[in-house]
Design a protein around this ligand. Structure first.
Ligand SMILES: [Zn+2]
Length: 158
């Protein structure tokens, strides 16, 4: 007899496979690096967040207070993810955005906590960035709660 646990894991397994196929069709410029190559490219904290779905301590990112005009890039592969117009102060201690540049993230359910959260990762290098919640401001109602350590801010040229 199939237990509830194995039933659930077979569903999420199917969803993940489907997601990967769709994403591969959408992007042909995917990065495939080995763990050793990522460790060379990234600092230990960047590696922990991007490659092992870690979370930085709240309130530790200097990007919480970044208010200049510019673009937030993936620190793993330099893909532009958010503009400064998409950022808002959520009061959570993590850089927060109500939307993203188009097609830059893929999502999957994260069952680490008791409630299922939606994890999102860079569509190009697969790096984990954060979780998206439904308690954001208008017009989207979304809150992209992003680890600052996974982002690189590029100030707009004035
Ligand atoms: Zn990336």
């Amino acid at each position: 007899m199939m237990t509830r646990r194995s039933f659930l894991s077979s569903i999420s397994g199917a969803a993940l496979t489907l997601g990967a196929t769709t994403a591969e069709a959408a992007r042909s410029d995917k990065w495939v690096l080995t763990d050793a190559q990522w460790k060379e490219r990234l600092t230990p904290e960047q590696y922990r967040v991007l490659r092992t779905e870690g979370t930085e301590r709240a309130g530790t990112s200097p990007l919480n207070d970044e208010k200049r005009q510019g673009t937030f890039h993936c620190v793993g592969c330099d893909l532009p993810l958010f503009t400064s117009e998409m950022k808002y102060d959520s009061g959570t201690g993590w850089p927060s955005f109500f939307t993203t540049l188009p097609g830059v993230f893929e999502t999957k359910p994260d069952r680490l906590l008791l409630t299922v959260r939606t994890e999102y990762h860079c569509a190009r290098c697969g790096g984990h960035h954060g979780h998206v919640f439904d308690d954001g401001p208008a017009p989207t109602g979304k809150r992209y709660c992003n680890n600052g350590v996974a982002l690189k801010f590029v100030a707009a040229k004035s």
